[in-house]
Design a protein around this ligand. Structure first.
Ligand code: ADP
Ligand code: MG
Length: 256
């Protein structure tokens, strides 16, 4: 899995993109039935955006799909094969995740933040992991900042580092959970462009977002969730111009 030939994760994904499927996923927190039978199918090399009101279960879905929460019911398949019997750590190595808050280690350089996973979890030697980090930082346009501390970077730059950190693990699938929500408005576009690049390169991606232009223009499929259910799913143009459900129409009228 580890590529030491100078290939970046995005290039590797294009070469070996995999599909991701969740079927009939349920999860309750106590009496709160948060996911109520979610079906999601992301074809290899495609991007699905997940939209929906706050509290509808979008973040929980991502956390179930990479087994940070175990589903009460349902199955998860990567590349057509159920992963529920595997070690969850293995699945998390295959799925890169980028959050709203970047969670970088403030006491480590940018390069060390990115190299940590490849070194500790992928078993690359220190120098190899460092080289890998520099290459991924180059992909996100930040190789020049390799030696600085994350706290000396803008929010947008920190999010680029977080993306590089995820890519350095050579993921087969990338999850983004409101990756631009904490950024100043002028920094949002750059991050969205970077995500769009990854999508174009053929990375399999699930993107939870409030950025409707991204959902519409970049995604292959859009999924609308409300109250723990998939209310509607389809191609972006159809979803945005010809919504079938009142709930999606009402949601779109509030956010666009
Ligand atoms: P969204 O991302 O769409 O805003 P979430 O997935 O964060 O929604 O939350 C969906 C529901 O699950 C909410 O009612 C929330 O309070 C609940 N929830 C999420 N995470 C937890 C948790 N770790 N423990 C208990 N309840 C949770
Ligand atoms: Mg959320």
């Amino acid at each position: 899995m580890t590529d030491t030939t100078g290939t970046t994760a995005a290039e590797a994904a294009r070469r070996e993109a995999v599909s991701l499927t969740g079927t009939d996923l349920h999860l309750s927190f106590g009496k709160n039935h948060v996911l109520r039978g979610i079906d999601i199918n992301v074809d290899a090399g495609t991007t699905t955006t997940v939209i929906g009101p706050s509290g509808s279960g979008k973040s929980t879905l991502l956390r179930v799909l990479n087994r940070l929460h175990e589903p009460d019911r349902g199955d998860i398949l990567l590349d057509g094969r159920s992963v529920l019997r595997d070690n969850p750590d293995e699945l998390r190595r295959r799925i890169g995740m980028v959050f709203q808050h970047f969670n970088l280690f403030p006491h480590m350089s940018v390069a060390d933040n990115v190299a940590l996973g490849p070194h500790k979890l992928r078993g690359l030697g220190k120098q190899e992991a460092h080289d890998r980090a520099i290459r991924e930082l180059d992909v996100v346009g930040l190789a020049a900042k390799a030696d600085v501390r994350p706290t000396n970077l803008s929010g947008g730059q920190q999010q680029r580092v977080a993306i590089a950190r995820a890519l350095a693990m050579d993921p087969q699938v990338m999850f983004f959970d409101e990756a631009t929500s904490a950024l100043d408005p002028e920094l949002v576009k750059g991050i969205l462009a970077l995500m769009a690049d990854l999508a174009t390169q053929g990375m399999t991606m699930v993107v939870v977002t409030h950025e409707m232009a991204f959902a519409r223009n970049v995604a292959d499929n859009v999924m609308f969730m409300d109250h723990g259910e998939v209310v509607e799913t389809g191609a972006p143009e159809q979803m945005f111009t010809d919504a079938k459900s009142d709930r999606l129409r009402s949601f779109l009228s509030q956010v666009i």
